[in-house]
Design a binder for this molecule. Sequence first.
Ligand SMILES: [Zn+2]
Length: 392
Amino acid sequence: MAADLLVRNVRPLGGELTDILILAGRIAPGPAPAGVLVLDGSGRIALPGLVEAHTHLDKSLLGLSWYRNAVGPRLIDRIDNERAVRKTLPIDPRQQSERHARLAVSHGSTFIRSHVDVDTDCGVAGIAGVMATREALADVVAIDIVAFPQSGLLVRPGTVELLEQALRLGAETVGGLDPCAIDRDPKGHLDTVFGLADRFGRGVDIHLHEPGEMGAFSMELIIERTRALGMQGKVIVSHAFCLGMPDAAVVDPLIAALAEARIAIMTTATASRPVPPLMRLARAGVAVCAGSDGIRDTWGPYGNADMLERAMFVGQRYNLRRDDELAAALDVVTTGGARALGLDGYGLAPGCGGDLVLVEAETVAEAVAQRPGRRTVVKRGSVVARDGIGEV
Ligand SMILES: [Zn+2]
């Protein structure tokens, strides 16, 4: 619900002390009308609402018993394990997605893109569960759903039809996964994914874990299809580990082509794999966003849905130390996410949507490096978390 709010005594992005007025859910120039609700920021930094650009709301184990992970090391081990274990654990996508989304909001995320599993075992139950949460939390956080063929697309007949069903139900974006390594049919996989996106008028967001030359090959096919279908600005490649290979002769032309096709890159800044070269991508004009990926699920025990902490991981993984570099890390979880996801009216200027998070820090660099707790979060002019605790 769009609301009016006067946020007093805050420092936008660590700047001078000022007030931010929100009228009907949008940031407005002053003066504030009489009687408007006031939130005292007490000198805290105001950041635009954080953007969680890649997570999996449907399958977190938050609030459930600790899962003893004894899963094999390969991607396919984790995929197969999850499908098997899901039948034995009480993972209700509706309940889990609300727990997960509320945790993200308490840390300052006001926008979440969630990939949601669609496969021949669970069908579109996950999509329905996350859609119900999206509706229940409509005043708290915006959620965008990717119909995600986690177990493969063409290798599991029936999945394409389920993706179509998910898109008809209300998923916004078509997902994909390792066209060579999982589906073993890169042309078939990507023609299907982009075909669906073209037919339904949707964007594409592909998990591309494939390393080195294999990943580069898949990425070339993604770029070709983005151009051919005029989908510039509507495609994200998530992970893109192949861009982390050292061979500049392969990587540099790919980066130039990504910039030209306006394809965004999502990174978790993982410590355990090669990562796309953040600063080179930024210099080339490629939008880079970040995500938590899975939070405490059968894939891994980590994660807390805090995008400010993710910015710190970005800083650590990319060896960012200077204050201007830490500001670039913050960009990845704010403006980079907004650009990658095509969010309209993002930011703290008049006319922008009234989403912000108040953080107790002296500078943006301190906010990223120390990720202070007890944040207050505003969504479209309504306080949705106060001092780190959800209100709605
Ligand atoms: Zn993922």
